[in-house]
Design a protein around this ligand. Structure first.
Ligand SMILES: Cc1cc2nc3c(=O)[nH]c(=O)nc-3n(C[C@H](O)[C@H](O)[C@H](O)COP(=O)(O)OP(=O)(O)OC[C@H]3O[C@@H](n4cnc5c(N)ncnc54)[C@H](O)[C@@H]3O)c2cc1C
Length: 403
């Protein structure tokens, strides 16, 4: 039976990117995806500077920039106080060739990756192929796959689990996913209504003890794009109530201070549960985890997909060196040390802190926080340091410093 060098499970952004970068380095790779095509649901959409730097040599950044939206300035706002700080990322111009966030819908990145991957004869993507389970021996992994109600077994030297937060690969490899689930759900709503005339930057985080809001202007099919808001919703509401456009409209009316007869045309809506969890191993023998299968977090800061992309690029480099150049397997343990450490110390910690700041109810702590943000923003050196963290540049420096 043919033995694949690598089977990647999941044709989400992380799996496709990992496969693309492996194929580029001459590795034979097979991607398994349970859906019949790449998925279309509303998910992440903010790309940070280090992500754009990593994707540039693959030609992916240029393709994203052609249809995405540059966001050089973002805001910290408060529902009562209005604008607290406007963060101009041009101060990072000496730190990165991409001193901005790029907004692009996640489901418009995956076709770019798929198209680039299709240029490699050493790569194949099998849609409608569901990973079921795996078993390992010292030199190979046997993967059970379901296709058209038929089970079959495939062999590989290495398996990368990039199959999302509910990862069957992680479960089958017996890797725990420690952490917790927040009690509230998050609702994502897109409207054609334009908020820029209200002074909103294309990305704004609005704190409020009752219900914070994160606003993103998304490129959609071209200018003027769509405005997307993410809000937390408590347990008093059912999913059905949350997905009723009347509910989304009541939130827009409250946040924007408009009367109940102002109607915001709703284009998309979704609701999802949010977790903070990290796999206790990113490698178990010949099985490696990357992206949401290895870690999940709340979306405040836009770290989830970005950190998954950072995993994919870190892992594909090391796995290709092991396979193509015969370098030490210890490289794969280094992958785990680097990526797990920054996920715990950076992605988890800061996304949780961001959430607490936005929902803080104590008026004194809120005012102290606003004063601190204004002070940081008023000084070039502290503003640069703040943006080095929020744009993930420091997380990459930290990962690279781990040996
Ligand atoms: C509903 C939702 C909304 C989100 N919104 C935001 C947001 O607003 N902002 C933000 O920063 N992040 C958001 N995220 C997180 C962000 O989308 C993820 O970090 C990102 O999708 C991770 O990419 P991935 O490739 O690791 O996983 P996914 O994108 O989940 O891709 C996994 C792929 O694996 C496939 N798969 C799963 N099981 C199997 C199997 N058994 N066999 C074969 N294939 C399988 C899936 O079909 C999918 O294509 C959201 C996540 C979800 C679930």
């Amino acid at each position: 039976m043919n033995i694949h060098q690598v089977i990647v499970v999941g044709a989400g952004p992380v799996g496709l990117l990992c496969a693309l970068d492996l194929a580029r380095q001459g590795v034979q790779v097979c991607v398994l995806e349970l859906e019949p095509s790449t998925t279309l649901d509303l998910r992440a959409g903010t790309f940070h500077p280090p992500t754009l730097e990593m994707l540039a040599p693959l030609g992916v950044t240029d393709a994203m920039m052609a249809i995405g939206m540059k966001v050089p300035v973002w805001q910290s706002r408060d529902l009562q106080e209005g604008l607290i700080a406007e963060w101009d990322m041009s101060i990072l111009r000496d730190d990165t060739p991409f001193p901005f966030r790029l907004h692009l819908e996640q489901h418009r990145l995956t076709p770019i990756l798929l198209e680039k991957l299709s240029a490699y004869p050493n790569a194949q993507v099998l849609f409608s192929h569901e990973f079921v389970s795996l078993t390992q021996t010292p030199d190979r992994v046997s993967v059970r796959v379901m296709h058209k109600d038929q089970e079959m077994d495939l062999l590989a030297h290495w398996v990368v689990g990039a199959d999302g937060g509910k990862s069957a690969v992680r479960k089958s490899a017996g890797i725990d996913f420690d952490g917790y689930t927040w009690p509230e759900r998050y609702s994502v709503v897109s409207t054609t209504h334009d908020f820029s005339h209200l002074g909103y930057a294309d990305n704004a985080y609005v704190s409020d003890p009752e219900q914070w809001v994160a606003f993103f202007r998304m490129p959609d099919k071209g200018p003027p794009g769509l405005w997307r808001m993410t809000i937390p919703v408590g347990q008093a509401y059912t999913d059905e109530e949350i997905l009723d456009p009347k509910y989304a409209n009541s939130v827009f009316q409250r946040v924007l201070g408009t009367s109940s007869d102002v109607f915001y045309p709703i284009v998309h809506q979704s609701v999802y549960r949010v977790h903070q969890r990290v796999a206790n191993q990113f490698r178990r023998e010949r099985v490696l985890l990357a992206g949401d299968s290895a870690h999940v977090n709340n979306p405040l800061g836009g770290f989830g997909l970005n950190s998954g992309i950072h995993d994919a690029m870190n892992l594909s480099d090391k796995l290709a060196r092991v396979i193509v150049k015969g370098e030490s397997l210890d490289l794969l343990n280094l992958y785990e040390r680097q990526r797990k450490t920054v996920n715990m110390e950076y992605v988890q910690e800061i996304s949780i802190k961001n959430k607490h700041h936005l929902e803080e109810a104590d008026p004194k702590i809120r005012q102290e926080r606003f004063a601190q943000l204004r002070k940081i923003n008023a000084n070039d050196s502290s503003r640069r340091e703040y943006l080095m963290v929020s744009s993930m540049i420091n997380s990459i420096k930290k990962a690279n410093s781990i040996s």
